[in-house]
Design a protein. Structure first.
Length: 232
């Protein structure tokens, strides 16, 4: 128990930026779901078991318009294709995690991935539990925010147009925070440059998967240079 408690206390400070962001984002999601007529139970279940951030916002319109399995699968692949590469990138870090690995892979959102890539557990703190609690806390924040939004949405009626922009706002904040805190900007420049290039070449609807492939290739090719800069 002491091992888990130490890991939880060490993990919490790293998740505070996500706490503030996910409460706002989750609240927005809960409000939008409530606006479509779904109860708090459905909101919590979706956030608990799907837990896909941007895809959950997309799913609101998919659910409301009627279920189309093929279209839903293709849309999910396009929106969340980056998570395939997140998982590949984290295979080494998750090595030896045993029973924790399935949940760590399931809970690998953009924000959690960002933290796990940069955060290091303090001396004497178990790395596996440290990563597990970062993932679990972020998940709890999202579910809590969704529940709050669902409850608030039931009492307050207002125009919800544009409320899903909070997702974009959170990405921008995380990007700025990572840029300011990291000494090595090569990975960020690779990500931005690859996305812009693929957006120009493949268009707005088809650039995600090519950009992810290009990012992985460039990071692999420049891995030694990136690691060298990190150690400098």
């Amino acid at each position: 128990m002491n091992t888990k408690w130490k890991a939880l206390k060490s993990a919490f400070p790293y998740t505070i930026p996500v706490l503030t962001g996910y409460l706002v984002l989750g609240t927005a999601f809960g409000i939008l779901m409530n606006d479509k007529g779904y109860s708090s139970i459905w909101v919590v279940l979706v956030s608990l078991f799907i837990y896909a951030g941007s895809m959950q916002f997309v799913a609101i319109s998919l659910i409301a318009s009627g279920f189309n399995p093929l279209y839903t699968c293709l849309m999910t692949l396009m929106v969340n294709a980056r998570h395939l590469f997140y998982g590949i990138a984290m295979l080494t870090k998750f090595k030896g995690m045993e029973k924790k690995k399935p949940y760590l892979m399931f809970g690998l959102t953009d924000e959690t991935f960002s933290i796990l890539c940069s955060a290091q557990p303090p001396e004497g703190v178990d790395r596996g539990w440290f990563m597990f609690f970062i993932t679990l806390l972020d998940h709890i924040y999202w579910v809590t925010g969704s529940l709050i939004g669902s409850i608030v949405g039931g009492f307050i009626t207002f125009n919800t147009k544009g409320i899903d922009f909070v997702l974009t706002a959170l990405f921008v904040v995380i990007f700025v925070d990572q840029w300011r805190s990291a000494k090595n900007h090569i990975p960020v420049l690779i990500g931005v440059g690859s996305s812009i290039l693929c957006r120009l070449l493949f268009g707005a609807g088809n650039f995600i998967i090519p950009s992810m492939i290009l990012i992985v290739l460039l990071v692999t090719i420049l891995q030694k240079k990136i690691e060298g800069r990190d150690l400098a």
